[in-house]
Design a protein around this ligand. Structure first.
Ligand code: HEM
Length: 476
């Protein structure tokens, strides 16, 4: 009898211990996410990002795996001297408008590879995303590293970038708010996510080392100066407290890897997302496609090897209108995030959501602002004409001016996208070539295209676009 009681007590004790252990596992590290103040009104967005640009110039820290957090990207670095140095390097050295012409041969080759790839599927039904991604990524790698990066390295980098951006939203939520038990249950995902930086470093660092060796051998850069060249030469302030940035240092390997990873994603994914959304609308609206093709073929001579250049893009107002309309409806980056002090939040007439004086998270919803009935007539309709002379949005460009915000696909204020020029040109080049070479129409037995959105790191089509493509010269 006594033995039975002891056994019972032991079992009960073990059960209590097990319960406590599980409770501890499930509750530790569960931090409630801050409640964001979501802005969908274009006038409030202007008040924040234009009128109070300095106050709204910091992003919240995203939840990256630990070794990501040891270095910064331009996107993540706090507003200050280091941000200024990194951003100026990208804008003045690599993405400067005068350099865009130098990159034309790279773009021509990427576009030609894409057309050749799709031609093998035409006439017929094609899923364009993978071929488009491969072409855009190869172009990005050349701008980033210069020539001579082996195909296997290119594909390995592409795989890592794709994996990261498709699963980032879910994975970072796992990192931010979930319990240890949840992490334990999702251990495979957890390991893959937290190992991203070291895998990327293993691919990227040997490529950079080869580049450094070549620079030493040739006494400097050969060919077109790459982003990595600029990062190797860059000196950043030793401390952000030193406003005059008097003492400087080179970037560490980790910092270079992080910046390279950001560049590979930013230059590729938004381009691919925008081109895919636009092609979907062109397949749905054959009359818009016809008008666009007419503008392209009558403006740009079609000789062998002749492709749309940025120079000719300036003479294609309808193409620009089509791209802007696509970006208004489907901004590849869906949200603008800002971390603001409680006092600055109050400036905008928004009650501070943090009682303890902690920074307030502001989220400007790019998608909702682009579709606001306050700023747009018939906002859900795909109508590029609104951007043409005499249209309701004549004069509206990719980045808003200081007086009015009607759409902001490249953001606004101090942290607006530095890649706006190159982004518009790349999207324009891919689209112009794809529309000139092929007729895009709905697949057989379909009366429309599924435009459901999927919010990953970027806003993409949930179902990759499948369309019927016919070489333009072939009559159907
Ligand atoms: C269609 C093309 C693109 C779109 C729609 C786009 C959109 C955006 C948006 C909405 C932001 C946030 C802006 C804000 O918070 O106010 C951003 C930031 C950024 N983008 Fe882009 N982007 C594009 C292309 C590019 C390209 C080609 C690059 C570089 C190669 C680039 C690099 C960056 C960087 C580094 C930031 C962070 C800027 C900072 O914090 O100072 N983007 N982009």
């Amino acid at each position: 009898m006594e033995l039975l009681v002891v056994q019972l007590l032991l079992t009960l004790g073990l059960a209590v211990l097990l319960f406590l252990a599980i409770f501890r596992l499930t509750t530790r590290n569960s931090r409630p996410a801050p409640t964001p103040t979501v802005v969908t009104d274009p006038d409030i967005a202007r008040l924040m990002l234009s009128d109070h640009a300095d106050a709204f110039s910091n992003r919240p820290t995203a939840h990256y795996p630990a070794d990501f957090s040891e270095s910064h990207s331009i996107n993540s670095v706090p507003y200050g001297p280091t941000w200024r140095a990194l951003r100026a390097n990208l804008m003045a050295d690599i993405l400067h408008p005068t350099r865009l012409g130098l990159l034309l041969p790279f773009r021509q080759e990427a576009v030609a590879a894409l057309i050749a790839n799709l031609s093998t599927q035409a006439p017929g039904e094609a899923v364009v995303r993978n071929s488009l991604h491969a072409a855009a990524f190869a172009l990005t790698v050349r701008i980033c590293f210069g020539d001579g990066v082996g195909e296997c390295y290119v594909r390995a980098m592409e795989r890592e970038v794709l994996q990261f951006i498709t699963t980032f939203v879910e994975d970072s939520a796992l990192l931010a708010g979930s319990s240890r038990l949840t992490r334990l249950l999702h251990w495979r995902r957890w390991l893959r996510f937290s190992g991203t930086f070291s895998r990327v470093s293993k691919i990227v660092l040997p490529v950079i080392a080869a580049q450094q060796k070549s620079r030493r051998t040739h006494g400097g850069t050969t060919g077109i100066r790459s982003y990595v060249d600029s990062l190797l030469d860059l000196r950043v302030p030793v401390s952000d407290d030193d406003a005059m940035a008097t003492s400087k240092r080179p970037l560490t390997d980790k910092e270079i890897v992080r910046l390279v990873f950001e560049f590979l994603g930013a230059n590729t994914e938004s381009t691919v997302s925008c081109v895919e959304w636009t092609l979907a609308h062109l397949a749905i609206h054959p009359e818009i496609q016809k008008k666009l093709r007419h503008e392209i073929t009558s403006t740009v001579p079609h000789g062998k090897g002749t492709l749309v250049s940025e120079e000719s893009l300036h003479r294609l107002p309808y193409l620009r209108a089509v791209i802007l309309e696509s970006l208004r409806l489907h901004s590849p980056v869906p949200l603008i995030l800002r971390d603001v002090s409680a006092d600055d939040a109050a400036i905008c007439g928004t009650p501070a959501a943090s009682a303890d004086g902690a920074p307030v998270l502001f989220v400007a919803d790019i998608r909702e602002i682009g579709r606001s009935t306050k700023a747009w007539m018939d906002p859900d309709k795909f109508c590029p004409e609104r951007f043409l002379a005499g249209g309701e949005a004549e004069g509206v460009g990719p980045v808003p001016g200081p007086k009015e915000i009607r759409m902001l696909p490249f953001g606004a204020g101090r942290r607006y996208c530095p890649g706006v020029g190159v982004g518009m040109v790349q999207v324009g080049c891919f689209l112009a070539a794809l529309v000139r070479e092929f007729e895009w129409s709905l697949p057989a037995n379909c009366d429309s295209i599924d435009l459901t959105e999927f919010r990953a790191f970027f806003m993409v089509m949930k179902t990759p676009l499948r369309a019927r493509i016919t070489p333009h010269t072939v009559t159907t």
